[in-house]
Every structure is written in structure tokens, then in C-alpha cells.
Design a protein around this ligand. Sequence first.
Ligand code: G3P
Length: 244
Amino acid sequence: MKLLIDDANIEKIKAIYRLYPVDGVTTNPSILAKTGRNPYAVLCEIREFIGDGAQLHAQVISRTAGQMVEEARKMAGILGQNLFIKVPSVPEGFRAMRELSREGFNVTATVVYTPMQAFLAAKSGADYVAPYVNRIDNLGADGVRTTKAIQDMLAKNGLKTEILAASFKNSQQIQALCEYGVGAATAAPDIIENLVKNASVDSAVEAFIADFEGLCGRGRNMLDCDLPSSIVIRDSIPSIPDEQ
Ligand code: G3P
């Protein structure tokens, strides 16, 4: 399962990229609005940081298919390769998806609340469909179950479209879909951090450090603990570049 960051705050994106194996960034108009900055300035900054090899998802705003396509053409000219045009899964959106797919754009069908939206988006040529897991939960339905049903439905109908699950509020929702093998999930930085936040793990690591320091001295590690003179270094040690 690919894992993407659902945010446009460059400092948060950099912090997650530094620690976690992520595959790109997704945005939506509300996420861009939170930055209070020009959307192209923000998206170009993200593209420059993540590089052309990573996925960047950005959404069209218009209500008509023709204008969605025009927006997408401009966005592609500015935001480079590996851009995924997010198109809402509404009737005009399906028409736009068909045209964008025909023109060779990567398309992410977004605002998916039901399997039938996903089905029509997939038939319209979308590369990804994005079910909004937590928002579906908030409607009294089951976002994880809906997403699994979409995955099964796409497979049974021979559609190559993958799932980019979105709108998460807890780790369990992501883990359930990871276990099921969905193609991708996008989550806010705090949700990604919470995937592995665990006080028991922290205390186990601290105990290992304390035991080693008790053995070799405070602040010591395998790099700078004493080396008996009888020990011979076998190979040259590759140097590790300083962290930026
Ligand atoms: O990008 C779309 C999706 O992630 C929305 O998430 O948290 O606003 O429900 P949320």
C-alpha cells in the first residue's frame, strides 16, 4: 500500500518525509485554503521538495467538465510529471475524467462516498478512486467496509483502477485497509505519526539505552564505546553523510 501525506504545510511535509517512507502528497481545496497562500505557490513548493518521482495530487474546482479539463491542462503545465488531477466524482466529473484519461492525464476520482461513484469513475478512466473513509463512518455507514467493497467490485469487474483511501481519523482504519491490500492511503501528518506512537515501545527503547549506558558510560553508543586493542577492524567503514 502506498502511503501519502494529506497536507499542504511544507514544514509538516518535510518532517514526515524525513522519518517515514512516504510516496507523495495529496491536497484538496480546503487543505490549500488552510495555508492562506497562493495555491500554485504552495503546490510548486511541494513539488520542488518531493521531486518529480513522487505523486502530487491536486484538485480541479470548476463545476463543468470542459472547465475541469481546462484547469487540468494548466495545472499539468505548471506542476510537472507525476501529477494526479483530482476530479470530484459527480456527473460532470465523470465526463471530465473520460476526457482527461483520453488525453493521458493521471486522474484521481475524489469525494467518493459510495461504491457506485467508484464504479462509474473507474469506467470513466480514473487511475485512483478516493473513498472518504471517516466521512462515510460519520454518516452512520462503515468506511472501511465500503472501501473493501469497492476494491472487490473493481477486481470482479476487471477494472484496473486502484484505491487511494482518504479521510482517516485513526490508525485502525488505515491498518484494516493495509491488511486488505488496497493500493494507497493518504492521511494527515498527525495520523501518520500515530500509526506507530506507542509508550510501551518508547519505554523498551529507553531501557535498552539505559542498560547500554550502564555498561559503557553515559552518552556512549556502538560508535564511541571503548574498543579493546586486541580487536582488529576488518573492513573500511563507509562514511555516513551528516544529516541536513
Ligand atoms: O483529501 C480528501 C480527504 O482526505 C478529506 O479528509 O479529513 O477532510 O475528511 P477529511
